[in-house]
Design a binder for this molecule. Structure first.
Ligand SMILES: [Zn+2]
Length: 259
């Protein structure tokens, strides 16, 4: 409130004033102390054309782009205009793609950034606290061990991905990402692989948390089936029909997932 009063009394403008009232024929109607207090505002106004009564009443416009003004608000365009744009990372299409489950995609993004609270990152925050892998009891639990260097997670990964990846199925994180980005794969296999990758990470991380907190350990068989069911449900929910180029996604999944 104090700021409001100060602005009004310094510039000489009422808060209900229109632009036409704030302008005179030969310039903007701002008190001398307003020029001293708000030099940037006054400089910007000096460059702007002054409003004239014959132009009609004041209207509010949204600016979705630098030199574009619209009478309506577009959240997408405004966000795109305001955000800081950076170069796309090579793995962005493995994380963000239309068929992805947003919850899983966000989690996989954290995994790429290595921001999940694994044993190693916890130890860095709380010096001396040691958290081993819940699957293989290795001393330091790490992202690369969980996905998919550990025997348990590798077996699950192979159960769900081997028919799609073939001989390049590997326990190594970097090699896995490289094989997922291979360009000469048909569109159905590409989407299925991304879905399998995200769902496997999501389910294995949930299973890791269940074990960490003393829950019942699921077998490789159970975890594999959970992943298969979630992928089937996801594909069913996107409902590709008729002549859609992805209408064969579910059929292809039943061919490659025979567990
Ligand atoms: Zn392990």
């Amino acid at each position: 409130m104090e700021k409001r009063c100060t602005f009004g009394s310094t510039t000489g403008w009422r808060w209900s004033a229109t632009l036409a009232e704030a302008a005179q024929e030969n310039g903007w109607n701002i008190r001398r102390c307003g020029h001293r207090r708000y030099p940037h505002l006054c400089d910007t106004l000096a460059e702007a054309p002054r409003p004239v009564a014959i132009a009609g009443p004041d209207i509010a416009l949204w600016r979705p782009e630098e030199d574009d003004f619209k009478p309506y608000f577009s959240p997408t365009k405004t966000w795109d205009y305001l955000r800081v744009k950076k170069t796309k990372l090579p793995w962005h299409c493995i994380v963000w793609f239309p068929q992805a489950n947003p919850r899983q995609a966000f989690m996989v993004w954290l995994v790429f950034k290595d921001k999940l609270s694994t044993g190693i990152t916890i130890r860095m925050r709380e010096w001396g606290t040691q958290k081993g892998c819940v699957y293989c009891r290795k001393k330091d639990e790490s992202r690369d061990d969980l996905f998919f260097a550990c025997q348990y997670t590798l077996t699950v990964w192979m159960n769900v991905a081997e028919k799609l990846l073939g001989a390049v199925t590997t326990p190594d994180w970097e090699d896995t990402i490289a094989s997922l980005q291979r360009p000469n794969r048909n569109i159905l296999d590409t989407i299925l692989l991304r879905l399998v990758f995200q769902t496997a990470i999501y389910v294995l991380w949930k299973e890791r948390n269940t074990r960490r907190h003393g829950g019942v350990c699921a077998s490789v068989d159970t975890t594999t089936k959970v992943i298969g069911r979630l992928i089937k449900n996801r594909i069913s929910s996107v409902k590709y029909r008729g002549n859609h180029k992805l209408r064969g996604l579910l059929v292809k999944w039943f061919i490659v997932y025979t567990y």
